[in-house]
Design a protein. Structure first.
Length: 395
């Protein structure tokens, strides 16, 4: 043996050699033994028993589920429901009640006689009063009021006064227009002579709108009042004939004069008279399409078969070709529908008024509209019209 050596004692754990310290002679290193620190082991006694530490999974916090983050679900409390539903309902009910109350007070405090009296006094808001009175007369429940001849006479006196003054400011022009409309709603003809005066009077450029309002009022009156009494009113037929034959101004059918002529033609169609029918037949060849349309509708209303060619043209699906020379734009679908619906109604009226006529052309044209390139309203009207025809015409 080379020599006796002292046995080296090893600890149960790995040892670490540290050479960070040399002796003074630099010949030997000091060897130190130290136990490494490990979180996986703990010393509990002198025998250095090993105890496993907590796993990382156990040390980390447990994730929180989504349902644990939400507050607990509870039934809504009664006070919450009150605030959410009941209180807003009470507020709305109060507002509606107040509105109805003021509406009722307005109606009760604005009796027709008081409204006419206000119009007789005249102020800057009289035109709105005249408009309100016209709306009252238009109410279907106001038939008794529409038969009130003394009231119609008083209103006609108001209009006559303002026609004589002929003031051209905006408020007075509107006042005359709405007075005409109100007079037209009556079912008595006591105001008709003043409407004729308004239809004829032209003292300024603004009067063209007043004249058209008067002519339209005559047409409305013709739907309700005694037609024979209207026809016998002096100068009515001649006035409407003269207006319908006026010369046009620049602007085509959209000009003020063209609209006045079309309104007069329509009003003529409401009057059942041989003189009227002869004049309407002449207007079938007029240069303005709306005049031709209304002339055909007026003749149809009176059962005159001279309207057939114009009606057939009106019933064409293409509104731009409804009548030769029309200036209706191809994209004006509203006017196309308006023309076609009026033509269908006028055609059925003509056939029923004149059951012995030859309706082949008209019926074929209406039938073509059932599946034609038109609106659903026109297709429906065409189907209903064919179903309403007598058997000898609809087959």
């Amino acid at each position: 043996m080379l020599g006796t050596t002292n046995p080296v004692l090893f600890s149960p754990r790995p040892l670490t050699v540290s050479t960070n310290k040399l002796d003074t002679d630099g010949l030997a290193c000091v060897v130190a033994f130290r136990r490494p620190i490990s979180p996986s082991w703990t010393e509990t006694n002198e025998d250095m028993t090993e105890t496993p530490a907590t796993s990382p999974e156990q040390d980390s916090p447990r994730p929180i589920r989504a349902d644990e983050m939400l507050p607990p679900v509870q039934a809504p409390a009664a006070d919450f429901l009150m605030k959410l539903f009941f209180i807003p309902m009470i507020i709305v009910a109060i507002i509606v009640s107040v509105w109805l109350l003021f509406s009722w007070l307005a109606r009760t405090s604005s009796q027709p006689e008081e409204m006419v009296a206000d119009l007789e006094r005249m102020d800057h808001g009289s035109w709105s009063q005249a408009l309100n009175f016209a709306n009252v007369l238009r109410d279907p429940r106001q038939k008794e009021l529409r038969l009130n001849e003394p009231l119609a006479t008083r209103l006609a006196g108001v209009l006559d006064h303002h026609l004589t003054e002929a003031r051209m400011d905006k408020d007075h022009v509107w006042l005359r227009m709405y007075l005409c409309r109100a007079l037209g709603e009556f079912e008595v003809t006591s105001g008709l002579p003043i409407l004729i005066k308004a239809a004829r009077q032209q003292k300024g450029v603004a009067d063209i709108d007043v004249r058209r309002a008067a002519v339209q009022a005559i047409a409305v009156m013709g739907e309700r009042a005694d037609i024979s009494a209207m026809v016998n009113t002096p100068s009515l037929v001649s006035t409407l004939r003269d207006i319908s034959s006026l010369g046009d101004e620049p602007g085509g059918e959209e000009s003020s004069v063209a609209k006045l002529r079309a309104a007069a033609t329509f009003a003529l169609g409401m009057l059942v008279d041989e003189r009227v029918r002869d004049h309407l037949s002449l207007l079938l060849g007029d240069r303005q399409p709306n005049v031709r349309f209304n002339a055909a509708i007026g003749l149809s209303r009176q059962g005159d078969v001279r309207a057939v060619p114009a009606l057939v043209r009106m019933l064409e699906a293409d509104s731009a070709a409804s009548v030769p020379g029309t200036s209706v734009k191809s994209d004006d679908l509203w006017k196309q529908e308006h023309v076609l619906l009026n033509a269908i109604r006028a055609s059925i009226k003509l056939i029923k008024t004149n059951p012995s006529m030859d309706s082949t052309e008209i019926v074929d044209q209406i039938r073509s509209l059932e599946n034609g390139p038109v609106s659903s309203a026109v297709r429906l009207a065409a189907s209903e019209a064919l179903l309403s025809l007598p058997e000898n015409h609809g087959s």
